[in-house]
Structure formats: structure tokens, C-alpha cells
Design a protein around this ligand. Structure first.
Ligand code: M6R
Length: 357
């Protein structure tokens, strides 16, 4: 039920802080440490490489998950678009573990990969919001996202839940390997939940950004470097699927290799600048587009915010910044769609769960 909300999407955006708390609670033991089922832990320990398989928004969560698994747990990880993997299976390592990320657990493109990896006898773990789903039933292991039912076609709370559970998996694997961590993951996810709440309380500002940057535009670009690049991909997908504005997310450094040709007077460019080590370079990319007339909107965390930035988000652990910086993307897309009288919860031509290949 939508309750007092005009749309499920807005309700689900607002539910993200609760989902974070629920995930922390579900994955926490009595000593406030991460609790994962022993067989999942074993599956990670027994594999030499993780192959993440997903589609759409879940694929974008997978891109972030690869960073978590490699940076936190030193597990070599590949991320593949499910529909491509079916035709183009890469050379596999000796002991692969397949991780299927799917909100619905019913996506046909993923299922056809799972049927094949099951036939080959490789272990499979599904991360899903629907534990009784097809992918969950047909996999060896399941990690529950605990985001609660997601009704709007545009995925929001499932995406942040996917990233949170991927971070938990990475931290647990790191611990099992005896690696030392310089942060307390569950505490950091708690800080993320609070940051999400603060952003949900500032909706008018995102409404205004959508008015200022997107009310009449035909197109929009999202740029970022590192983790911010992946959040930009998700920002672009969110905007195009519900507002029908043509949107593209790309790595800041790629601008000069082609896309900058599209920048003209007034072109909106949303830049994510949450990662300190690339702050200088992403800001010089912004200068390059502004010099060509772009209407640039910089989103940065409090500790990196400079005069002229459009919005300052709360600072969280830099690896977890995508869980927070995507909220402005979701809310800006929501208001852009609203201003254009689009059917926010049920965009044209799309289905919530894509059960055909
Ligand atoms: O249920 P899944 O996570 O497997 O769905 C994958 C995509 O179809 C889904 O994320 C889609 O891209 C969303 N509409 C994006 O908001």
C-alpha cells in the first residue's frame, strides 16, 4: 500500500534508511559482528574468483560489489550483464563462484545463465529480495536483501540493499581470510542509514534541482570517476526509464574521447564528486564541460564540497558513498518525471520483472 505517498517510488526511496537498519539487524550476531551462514562463508573460501551476473540496476550494484570484493576482501571478481554472458561466456577460473544479483529473483536473462552454470556443476549464490523466487530456489545459496516489497518499476531500495549486502559479504570474507579492516562495517552502514534519512528530509531541494536542470532538456549526462562513475550509470538509467529524458553516464576521463562533442549551451551535466583521490580530475572535467556551455550540477560530500556545488551530501566511508550518493539521483529522476507528467511507477514499455529473454 502507498499510504499517503503519491507514488510507490517515493515511498520506496523513503524506506531506504529502514532497509539499512533491517539489514544490519538481520546480519548482526549477539556480539555485534557480521553473521553469515557457514555454507556461504565456505563457498567464498572455496572459490578463486567470483562471477557476478545481473541486469539493469542490479548490474550497477554488481559493479560496486566488485570494488567491495576486490578492495575489502581481495577476491578477484568479474561482473557480467546476464544477457551477454549467455552468448559470450569468458574463460572461467578453476573454482568459480557465481553470484546472481536480482531484486525479483525471476529475471529470465539470469535464469538462463544459472541453468547453464548448474549444468556445468559450478556453485551459485543468489542475492535477492524474494527468497522463494526461481533464482533462489535453483541456486545453492541465497542471501536475502531484506528491502521489503518493491513495487515501483524503477528499482531504488533494492539497489541500496544489494550494495549493503555485497559489502557485508566482502567484509565477512575478508575476516574469514584473516585480513584486518580499518572500519567497523555495521557501524558504517548505520551511518549510511542516517545519511539517507537526512537526504530524504530534503526533498524540496531535489525537486528544485530537477526544475533548474531538467525541466526542458532533451538529454542529460552523468559523469564520475571510480565508484562515482558506476553511480552515474545508475543515475542515467533511473532518469531515462521514468522521465524519458535521454541520459548517458560515463567516466569523466572519457569525455574528451567523444562525448564532449554533444555538450552545447545549457546541456545538463550531473557530476558526482565523492571520491577524494579523483576530486581534482573530476572537477577539471566539469570545467571542460562548463567551458562548452554545460549547466553543471556537482554533488559532493560535506568534506569535499566547494562553493558553487549544487548539493552537499553527508560524508560516509568513501567505499560506501554510492549507497548515499544514489539518493539524489533517485530523487532528481523522480521529480523530473513528475514535472513531465510521466507515469512514475509504471513507465511505458517496462515491466517490473522481466521474465522473457
Ligand atoms: O529483478 P532484477 O533485479 O533481476 O531486475 C533487473 C532489471 O530488470 C531491473 O533492475 C531494471 O533495470 C529496473 N527497472 C531498473 O530500475
Amino acid at each position: 500500500e502507498k499510504g499517503t505517498y503519491p507514488h510507490f517510488m517515493l515511498k520506496e526511496i523513503d524506506e531506504q534508511p529502514f532497509a539499512m537498519r533491517k539489514i544490519i539487524q538481520e546480519y548482526q550476531d549477539d556480539n555485534d559482528e557480521i553473521k553469515l551462514e557457514e555454507d556461504v562463508r565456505q563457498a567464498m573460501a572455496n572459490s578463486d574468483r567470483v562471477y557476478i551476473i545481473a541486469a539493469g540496476t542490479s548490474y550497477h550494484a554488481g559493479l560496486i560489489g566488485k570494488e567491495f570484493l576486490e578492495k575489502i576482501a581481495q577476491v578477484p571478481t568479474e561482473v557480467h550483464i546476464a544477457s551477454e554472458f549467455s552468448y559470450n561466456m569468458p574463460l572461467l577460473s578453476e573454482k568459480p563462484l557465481f553470484v546472481f544479483i536480482s531484486q525479483s529473483g525471476e529475471t529470465a536473462d539470469l535464469r538462463s545463465v544459472l541453468v547453464e552454470t548448474n549444468r556445468l556443476g559450478h556453485p551459485a549464490l543468489t542475492m535477492t529480495n524474494v527468497p522463494g523466487s526461481t533464482l533462489s530456489r535453483e541456486s545453492d545459496y541465497t542471501l536475502h536483501l531484506h528491502a521489503g516489497p518493491e513495487i515501483a518499476v524503477a528499482s531504488t531500495k533494492a539497489y541500496t540493499a544489494q550494495m549493503a549486502v555485497l559489502a557485508i559479504l566482502a567484509v565477512d570474507t575478508a575476516r574469514a581470510k584473516g585480513l584486518t579492516l580499518d572500519f567497523d562495517p555495521l557501524k558504517e552502514l548505520g551511518i549510511v542509514g542516517n545519511a539517507m534519512e537526512a537526504l530524504c528530509d530534503q526533498k524540496e531541494e531535489f525537486d528544485q534541482i530537477a526544475r533548474d536542470y531538467l525541466s526542458t532538456t532533451r538529454n542529460c549526462f552523468f559523469i564520475g570517476r571510480g565508484l562515482d562513475y558506476f553511480v552515474g550509470l545508475e543515475g542515467a538509467l533511473k532518469l531515462k526509464e521514468i522521465s524519458y529524458i535521454q541520459a548517458e553516464g560515463f567516466a569523466g576521463g572519457e569525455l574528451k574521447h567523444g562525448t564532449i562533442a554533444l555538450i552545447e549551451d545549457g546541456t545538463p551535466v550531473i557530476a558526482l564528486a565523492t571520491q577524494e583521490h579523483v576530486d581534482g580530475s573530476i572537477r577539471s572535467n566539469v570545467q571542460e564541460v562548463v567551458a562548452r556551455g554545460a549547466n553543471a550540477c556537482i554533488i559532493s560530500p560535506e568534506h569535499l564540497t566547494r562553493e558553487g556545488d549544487a548539493f552537499s551530501i553527508p560524508t560516509v566511508h568513501p567505499l560506501l558513498a554510492p549507497l548515499v550518493s544514489v539518493l539524489p539521483m533517485q530523487l532528481i529522476s523522480y521529480y523530473a518525471a513528475l514535472h513531465r507528467d510521466c507515469d512514475v511507477d509504471k513507465p511505458r514499455n517496462l515491466a517490473k520483472s522481466v521474465t522473457v529473454e
